[in-house]
Design a protein around this ligand. Structure first.
Ligand code: FAD
Length: 345
């Protein structure tokens, strides 16, 4: 493999029902930073049926080029035709880096494609940089420059690992939604469009989709909320969550929770913040009766302002909080809700 043949930062653009998933725009934002460090450009890979209309938006969020595979075989996500399309693009265009969102689809597609093109993939990254690898010179290991350094929590979040793929190309990573930031939209941006036909041949690996049943959920997406009022085991039971809901209502926020709350069956998984839940970035995050375990903090530490309420003054949540209140939330939260409501009125 001649590594020097591989150029450019590519982003797989997940779309479902012709709607671009937010993580694709976040990855375009990160790809711009990486491409700047490597003095190269950013290419969006758009796969689907009748999806040409999405090209403009990809340009507005940072794509210099869009490789478009528009084919009825790609109408709904199916593992085999999507893997074939993305792997063919990699073999044809030879990107240096390929980023994929760590969504349900991305977690299926990314590893399969990396195996088919015989390279490595680091899953669930929380940070991506360009740098030297090994990071420090090591005996017997020559340091290579301009490598993609992929950072992710390991061993249940107890350590942070930085991983590189120095001997194969492309360097592939899946990245969790909500971790990277999209750029400000550039209204008049244009991208060069490259239509590509990977040649689909129906085979026995093609799954036939009989029906698509959408799950109906009446919970909001906590990743979109500006204010989150998050409750932990310290709330004491599902019957007490109305206290947090009243605070959320008073300030136009939404309720979320820790994993302990989900495991206890008090709230649905959709509302879980953290390493195995959602990564959130609200303006204000209230952590109420939450101890601040590393796996929880991984999902909320990027909030602009963190306010912790906990009866234990040594709780680790106070290490990441901007404001801390020590005491029983049952006394503090209703008072807070009342005074904030009167300010808002
Ligand atoms: P606890 O740790 O039990 O804390 C409860 C807190 O409430 C305590 O600090 C206590 O002082 C306080 N309290 C009690 N009563 C009151 C009161 N009346 N007023 C005020 N404060 C009070 N966790 C997540 O949240 N998200 C994840 O995505 C996640 N992923 C994980 C992945 C792995 C691989 C592993 C191993 C763990 C993961 N966890 C995750 C679990 C995590 O380690 C913690 O167990 C969990 O976050 C604890 O939840 P908690 O803070 O609600 O409960």
């Amino acid at each position: 493999m001649n590594l020097n043949e591989y150029k450019g930062v590519y982003v797989y653009v997940q779309q479902v029902d012709n709607k671009i998933d937010g993580v694709a725009l976040e990855l375009l934002g990160k790809a711009r930073d990486l491409a700047k460090d490597l003095d190269t450009d950013v290419t969006a890979v758009l796969l689907g049926s009748d999806v040409k209309g999405l090209v403009k938006k990809l340009a507005q969020y940072g794509a210099d080029k869009v490789i478009l595979v528009d084919d009825p075989a790609l109408k709904d996500y199916r593992t085999e035709p999507y893997t074939h399309a993305l792997a063919s693009i990699i073999n044809e265009f030879k990107p240096e880096i390929v980023l994929v969102g760590a969504t349900a689809i991305g977690r299926d597609l990314g590893p399969l494609v990396s195996a088919r093109v015989q390279t490595g993939l680091t899953a669930d990254c929380t940070q991506l940089d360009i740098g030297d690898f090994p990071i420090k010179p090591m005996m017997g290991k020559e340091q290579q420059h301009n490598q993609l350094l992929m950072t992710r929590p390991a061993f249940g979040g107890n350590t942070i690992a930085t991983i590189a793929c120095p001997d194969n190309r492309p360097q592939m990573a899946t990245v969790r939604p909500g971790v990277m930031q999209k750029i400000e939209k550039i209204a008049d941006a244009e991208a060069e469009v490259i239509a590509y036909n990977p040649g689909f041949e129906e085979n026995n690996k093609y799954v036939e989709i009989v029906d698509v049943v959408k799950s109906l959920s009446n919970t909001v997406d906590i990743m979109d909320a500006n204010i989150l009022v998050s409750g932990g085991r310290g709330v004491g039971g599902p019957e007490n969550f109305y206290i947090l809901e009243e605070l959320a209502k008073a300030i136009g926020g939404e309720v979320s929770c820790s994993r302990a709350v989900v495991d206890a069956g008090w709230k649905p998984k959709d509302l879980q913040v953290g390493q195995t839940g959602k990564t959130v970035r609200p303006n204000v995050y209230f952590a109420i009766g939450i101890s601040g375990a590393i796996q929880h903090v991984a999902g909320m530490e990027e909030a602009d302002i963190i306010i912790a309420i906990n009866k234990d003054e040594t709780a680790p949540i106070f290490d990441v909080a901007d404001y801390g209140i020590v005491g029983d939330y049952k006394q503090i939260v209703p008072t807070l809700a009342k005074s904030l409501e009167s300010i808002a009125a």
